[in-house]
Design a protein around this ligand. Sequence first.
Ligand SMILES: Cc1cc2nc3c(=O)[nH]c(=O)nc-3n(C[C@H](O)[C@H](O)[C@H](O)COP(=O)(O)OP(=O)(O)OC[C@H]3O[C@@H](n4cnc5c(N)ncnc54)[C@H](O)[C@@H]3O)c2cc1C
Length: 525
Amino acid sequence: MATPPGVSERDFTRALTEFRNAIGADWVFTSDEDINLYRDAYSPFKGEAEDRVPSAAVAPNSTEQVQAIVRIANAHRIPLWTISTGRNLGYGGSAPAYSGSVIVDLKRMNRVIEVNDKTHFAVVEPGVSYFDLYRYIQERGLKVWIDPADPGWGSPVGNALERGGGRTPMRDHWNAVCGLEVVLANGEVLRTGMGAMANSEVWHQYKYGFGPLVDGLFSQSNFGIVTRMGLWLMPSPEAYRDGRVNVAQHDDLVPFMETYAYLMNSDILRGTMLLESPLLNYHVTQGGSFFEMPNGPSTAELDRLARERNLPYWSAEFRFWGPPKIIDAQWEYVKEKFGVIAGSTFADGRRYVLPAEFDQNDPTLEVALGIPSLGVFGLLQGGGHLGFSPIIPMTGDAIFRAQRAFGRLYAELALPAANQFAALPWSYNPRALVLLFGLPMSRDKEQNRQSREVFERLVEVSAQNGWAEYRTHIAFMDKVAEMYTFNDHAMRRFHELLKDAVDPNGILSPGKSGIWPRRLRSNRG
Ligand SMILES: Cc1cc2nc3c(=O)[nH]c(=O)nc-3n(C[C@H](O)[C@H](O)[C@H](O)COP(=O)(O)OP(=O)(O)OC[C@H]3O[C@@H](n4cnc5c(N)ncnc54)[C@H](O)[C@@H]3O)c2cc1C
């Protein structure tokens, strides 16, 4: 039997017996067969000693059972790692940052506590998936939409805690959180915001409560186990439409992004945009690169290619939700604003007054209509990936600088930079862009080694430019935390101060977000 590092077999056996007594023997998993299910399917260390492996898993069914697990773990110094649905693929799946941790798998806590379609919020437990919540709403005919992440098998709780994103106006998932229930490391239950009042009527309508806001302390963190979450939902819109804006030349991206930011920050454009490049897509098919490479064609040459091929350099689809006359007016206004850019062109897209039959061939549309799906996996070319996701400013200039910086790096490493999944930004959050790279992961150790090396360099090049990842894989949490350098890592030191105060025995998710408890701090990579 694998035991957590530093825990004797006798103590671990005792702890497992206590876990069984607390939650039932059926819900304590120790066999290799069961434990292997909690490994990272996309691991960058597949088949290598550094692959993160838990020692056991426990699946409690209630907040009280979570409290009992935490108390037992405290008594025996057992490290725990919490997952909601454990689908964190690209960032570690259900595996722990610290090998030997016991997984606290919250899949059985899958109750939808409430969905309110008058003031538009839901209250869910961590094991509720997007599919579960959607089904609950549909079965009751409630007039609200959820905002799923692309893979609908994840959980609103796990995804929001990771500050993930979707495609509708409610796309910034952490921003939609209102009110948490948390089991602290000492086993006590805390309710945040207005939930701190025993009989609060507005726990899930008003975020702030009274005094310092603490909700953020439980996001991407190891300060507590979230057992319940309030989430704001979107009232079911009457209609949906989309349309495409193209601009012709490389430098048009600067006014394009300025217009985009204006429309976005004015609430005229909502939802997630993915910037695309028909020209660079074509260029890649000709053996070219998606980045600006030092030895690649000049901007003038690419502009000429765009003209010759009659391909827009930049393109984006915009989506609209709301009453038909309002979204029609929004699209008209969007065209008017982008129309100022010489050579811009527009294509009206799909328009549905809801409910309606819709285009089933586009899995991204399904998600934009608030319907959970697994269609995204059909868009990928097999294999796993390691997610690299730096945040950059919402400007054309920043996109150019990112293209050049990552292009130089790929040239230096003599790597082909043909993957458009890597190069262009999304607008998951207000006011900033995120680049989503998917570095290939497989059973091939050499390919994984190379992807790890590229990943580390990408993190460093980003930091040199003032950009950092918003979220990262369990194997690189120390590396990414290291980039947040202001005042000799004042933020990391503050996190550690809090960690040692609220979890003195260091049992909750050691290593999460680069935060190690005092007794395990020497593990920092
Ligand atoms: C092809 C593909 C597409 C993807 N598309 C998207 C996308 O569109 N948007 C997006 O955001 N992500 C995306 N992802 C990443 C990932 O799949 C999702 O974010 C997924 O929702 C995360 O898994 P989960 O919801 O099961 O969270 P979990 O794996 O359960 O949790 C994630 C982490 O949060 C912490 N945590 C979870 N629950 C708790 C709790 N109750 N208390 C304390 N801490 C907790 C833990 O550290 C855990 O490791 C994609 C991945 C792939 C492979």
